[in-house]
Design a protein around this ligand. Structure first.
Ligand code: AHR
Length: 335
């Protein structure tokens, strides 16, 4: 009512001011989407561009949650991209982050090779890069500041050592099938290597088939079905992650065999579903791989942004679980 009594000229002037203010607000929102220079976000926050592998497993979901929660906690503006397990998507995301002049780039490389060109572009732009979870095979170590993640060779070795001990009294050949992770990825390469080195201690332990299930449940199920059709005697399954092991359980049960008894099952990760299968006697052993990298990553991002020296490699502390240990640990398992 009061407005109606305002002179027309004054009302017009106020409308112009409101339009200008609105345009400014819209432009500011646009900036926060597209990045805001190398000296922090619009609100002075450190800006971290993170390229995630995808959402292929329970482990990956827990890892994504850890990174998102830790960024909020640390007051870091996170730009997050899901590469859907494709290297070209990760390269595109990293180039976008360079263009947006983020402060720090972090990524979990889907495969080990083929990163030198884009990492050089980040280096030339003066943006520090942190590798999380998975490593790259670049000879030039100056292309990234540090690696934060697991010792995948050790996880494979611990799995193999448990098997050597568990089958020490077995008579005759022990036939093993292996479900590998994504072809060319660091965890697939390293876990395979560590496991092979450990089981070499006992010549009766034989890997009779080894194929990628791409770290997914569906992949694990499908490849296990093929293994079961092709090989009448399978004594052991070594799956490079819980999800593939869980998929394989379905194939094993459908083939009329009892998982954990007719076929000994070893997996890696120790996510809740995997731990449940272990506690239920369907898996026999899990080597842990921790996805909770968020808090350490945020700490490192702040340090490299401040130009502080950081160690070239930071390894996560991990353990292993038997069926009894899984029963004990399960009630407190967070992911
Ligand atoms: O790089 C870590 C591996 O990737 C985890 O073991 C697996 O579950 C994930 O997909």
């Amino acid at each position: 009512m009061r407005n109606m009594r305002m002179p027309m000229a004054r009302r017009r002037a106020m409308a112009v001011v409101a339009a200008v203010l609105l345009a400014g607000a819209v432009a500011a929102c646009g900036n926060s989407d597209t990045g805001s220079g190398g000296d922090g976000g619009d609100d002075g926050k450190l800006v971290l561009g993170f390229s995630q592998v995808g959402a292929e497993s329970g482990w990956r979901t827990a890892n994504t949650n850890s990174i998102k929660e830790a960024a909020t906690e640390a007051g870091i503006e996170l730009k997050f991209d899901d590469a859907q397990q494709k290297q070209e998507n990760q390269i595109k995301a990293i180039r976008n982050y360079i263009q947006q002049k983020v402060d720090v780039i972090a990524f979990s490389p889907v495969v080990e090779s083929g990163w030198d060109t884009v990492l050089k572009e980040a280096k030339d732009a003066g943006i520090p890069v942190i590798l999380t979870d998975r490593a790259v095979d670049s000879a030039d170590k100056s292309l990234y500041k540090t690696f934060l993640g697991s010792d995948f060779v050790k996880e494979g070795r611990l799995s193999g050592e448990w098997l050597v001990e568990n089958k020490k009294d077995a008579t005759g050949d022990v036939n093993i099938v292996e479900l590998q992770g994504t072809t060319g990825s660091a965890p697939a390469n390293d876990r395979k290597k560590g496991f092979a080195e450990a089981i070499a201690a006992d010549p009766k332990l034989k890997v009779i088939a080894s194929q990628s299930g791409d770290f997914t449940r569906a992949g694990g199920k499908q490849v296990m079905e093929q293994f079961l059709k092709a090989h009448p005697k399978i004594d052991v399954l070594f799956a490079h992650n819980d999800d593939m092991g869980l998929g394989a359980l379905e194939a094993i049960t459908a083939a009329g065999k009892e998982p954990g008894k007719d076929i000994t099952i070893i997996t890696i990760d120790a996510v809740k579903d995997g731990m449940q299968a272990l506690a239920d006697g369907k898996f026999n052993f899990i080597a842990e791989c921790s996805p909770l990298l968020g808090p350490q990553l945020m700490d490192l991002a702040k340090k490299v942004h401040a130009g502080e020296e950081v160690p070239p490699r930071i390894e996560t502390e991990e353990t292993t679980f038997t069926q009894e240990q899984a029963k004990e640990a399960l009630p407190n398992r967070k992911y």
